[in-house]
Design a protein around this ligand. Structure first.
Ligand SMILES: Nc1ncnc2c1ncn2[C@@H]1O[C@H](COP(=O)(O)OP(=O)(O)OP(=O)(O)O)[C@@H](O)[C@H]1O
Length: 256
């Protein structure tokens, strides 16, 4: 595979965050590469979600800088997929209107909204009825709607907080494939928080392995197995070795 040039997309510098006087991140630096998938993995409570949410602007930092290609968050279009898809969708809007919501809110003219939604439906090869309300859909279908909504405004970065944790295994495989397809088509930078090592490694170009708090980077592991990866990839020796290595680092960090 030809080597792709790695360009930094998100730069985190001198990040500090404490909860109730207890430091979580102290002078923390991180670079997230453009057009790659980075998974964040680490011990329970080490601050995976907090880190991603600070980058996505959902949680304030105490101090430090976070820039997207040198720009602030306000100047950047991002998408966010929540773990709890049931609570993330607006129950009073049909699924299709949930997807269109961020476009309408941004004042996009209706014909352009329709065209963008149609484009998403085609690229996701949606087989279910998007005129249904979210509660009429299965969990996997609801999570698919959440991902489509997050992608609707063509974000530069897509953040996903444990996107598989509320799904059964079959749906996990389905959503993983969809995310990989979208990534291969659009090259969007993705950041995924995962508490499952298999999920963390499967989609990732890089796995950010964190320590216990106060949280540091234990290892920023590169996983360059070619794409598309398939369920068979999980028995590939390269996948098995990457997962075993990440598990070693994790065990060392948990033991302290
Ligand atoms: N609003 C808050 N107030 C006080 N403490 C908080 C708050 N949010 C998070 N914390 C604490 O900060 C730490 C990191 O939380 P966070 O949810 O980011 O960790 P995580 O690695 O994503 O956790 P998990 O693996 O349990 O999902 C935890 O110890 C948590 O209890």
């Amino acid at each position: 595979m030809a080597l792709r040039r790695e360009r930094t997309h998100i730069t985190v510098r001198g990040l500090n965050k404490a909860f109730k006087g207890q430091p979580l991140y102290r002078d923390f630096d991180l670079d997230l590469p453009e057009g790659r998938i980075v998974s964040i993995f680490g011990p329970n409570g080490c601050g995976k979600s907090t880190l991603m949410n600070m980058i996505a602007g959902l949680i304030p930092v105490d101090s430090g800088s976070i820039l997207f290609d040198g720009k602030s968050l306000k100047q950047t279009v991002i998408g966010y997929v929540f773990q709890q898809y049931r609570e993330a969708l607006f129950p009073w809007l049909k699924s299709i209107d949930n997807i269109a919501y961020p476009l309408r809110r941004a004042g996009m003219p209706e014909p352009a909204v329709k065209a963008r939604v149609e484009e998403l439906i085609a690229s996701f090869e949606i087989q279910f009825d998007l005129n249904r309300y979210p509660y009429e859909l299965s969990g996997g279908q609801q999570q698919t709607v959440c991902i489509m909504r997050a992608l609707a405004p063509r974000p530069e970065v897509l953040f996903l907080d444990e996107p598989f944790s509320a799904l059964d295994y079959e749906m996990t495989l389905f959503i993983r494939e969809k995310l990989q397809e979208i990534y291969l088509k659009s090259g969007v930078t993705m950041v995924i928080v995962s508490h499952d090592l298999e999920d963390a490694v499967y989609l990732a170009d890089k796995v950010l392995l964190l320590t216990r708090r106060p949280t540091r980077i234990a290892e920023y592991m590169t996983f360059d197995m070619p794409r598309p990866r398939t369920p068979d990839s999980m028995s590939d020796p390269r996948f098995v070795a990457a997962k075993a290595h990440a598990l070693d680092v994790f065990r060392r960090e948990v033991k302290g």
